[in-house]
Design a protein around this ligand. Structure first.
Ligand SMILES: Cc1ncc(COP(=O)(O)O)c(C=O)c1O
Length: 379
């Protein structure tokens, strides 16, 4: 095994198995309990009767990459070349792994900001590099970027920084000032930036999301990783894409061809067609903001203190008024005694946080959110 990679089952597997065992409401795992748009599933049903079942080209279908180049140009006003700068991946996780293998090596250091999505660290270790974990700061009941801490962590070995924005689970994203800080750090220290933007279309309260793909200062140093799974309520399809300047795309594809070779052809055909007419992603922020607000309102009857959730479909909650036990123990007791599954935060952090926090996923139908809040009101 690789040194430093967790060998046991992940916290998601453990909590979900317990949730099933106790017939609990599962707000632990980060996926919707509702179906994708009927237009998407109808397009899939129709597509399977066509001749679309053999290997797609290694970089992805040209029609899909062209549709994505158009979407990014229209939505973000940012121009990326479909042929040379866009690659279709088997979801964001594969794209992150592949990008890491393509550009970091033994002796390099990669900065990861905690709490972090659980695939970052193993991806860095499997490339032979060293993960350097820098926590977000936590004060006044919310998380904040800490660019001084990131700056202090940079050494002559640092090769790449991974940023997840909008951030799971903190629900924060980068302002123009944050971007200027990162651009300075990346350019001055000759670094690469991997920006995981799978929650790009879930940003609340009228705020604007600034995608990495629009930042010209770091364009030549960037892997911008996006997933269809979160945007189209179909996490199981595992399709995403990567924007990277030509040389980095070439390096990415050198690894990609031996990791997956090519990505599900049927799903790519469906998305090629669907993207040309669909603009539902423009309404996704409103959709999830309404769910967040309903969940927050229902949770007012509980003793949890809710942190601000400004983006993504996650809500952090402080349980210190209910218990002072550790977050893993508390989450297990939540399932056993109150029938609701949540995710503890400590497995996402290298250094444990003093605060008592758990994460709820509100990508659930309203009845499920209300019933969960009802059960949690008994804690
Ligand atoms: C921050 C982050 N990145 C990546 C992913 C995975 O995306 P995909 O399913 O496309 O691999 C997730 C899923 O939970 C996530 O939260």
């Amino acid at each position: 095994m690789w040194k430093g990679i967790q060998e046991e089952e992940s916290v998601f597997t453990i909590m979900s198995a317990m949730a099933r065992q106790y017939n609990a409401i599962n707000l632990a795992q980060g996926f919707p309990n509702f179906e994708p748009d009927i237009g998407l599933t109808a397009a899939l049903s129709k597509m399977v009767s066509y001749s679309v079942h053999q290997y797609a080209p290694m970089a992805g279908l040209t029609i899909l990459r062209t549709a994505l180049a158009e979407k990014v140009a229209v939505y973000y006003g940012s121009v990326w070349d479909a042929e040379r700068e866009i690659t279709i991946s088997a979801g964001a996780t594969q794209a992150i792994y592949t990008a890491l293998q393509a550009c970091v090596k033994e002796g390099d250091e990669v900065i990861i900001i905690d709490p972090a999505y659980d695939s970052y660290r193993p991806g860095v270790l499997m490339a032979g590099a060293r993960p350097i974990h820098v926590p977000l700061t936590y004060n006044y009941g919310s998380f904040h970027w800490d660019w001084d801490a990131v700056r202090a962590a940079i050494t002559s070995q640092t090769k790449l920084i991974i940023i997840n924005q909008p951030h799971n689970p903190a629900g924060i994203f980068l302002s123009d000032n944050d971007w200027q800080e990162i651009e300075n750090l990346v350019v001055e220290n000759d670094l690469l930036l991997l920006c995981d933007e799978v929650y790009e279309h879930m940003v609340f309260d009228g705020k604007a999301f600034i995608s990495s793909c629009t930042r010209s200062a770091i364009r030549d140093r960037l892997f911008c990783v996006v997933s269809f799974g979160k945007t189209y309520h179909n996490t199981g399809w595992k399709v995403g894409y990567v924007l990277a300047q030509e040389d980095w795309t070439r390096r990415f594809r050198q690894v990609h061809q031996f990791v997956v070779f090519s990505v599900n052809s049927v799903a790519q055909h469906v998305f090629s067609q669907f993207l040309s007419t669909d603009d539902s992603y423009r309404y996704l922020s409103n959709f999830y903001q309404r769910k967040r607000d309903k969940f927050l309102q229902a949770m007012e009857n509980t003793r949890f203190s809710m942190l601000p959730s400004r983006s993504t479909y996650f809500q952090l909650a402080d349980y210190s008024r209910i218990s002072d036990e550790g977050d893993v123990d508390f989450c297990q007791r939540l399932i056993r005694e109150w029938g609701v599954a949540a995710i503890p935060l400590s497995p996402f952090m290298q250094k444990p946080l003093e605060a008592r926090l758990v994460r709820f996923c509100f990508a659930k139908t309203d009845d499920v959110l209300y019933e969960a809040a009802n059960r949690l009101s008994l804690c």
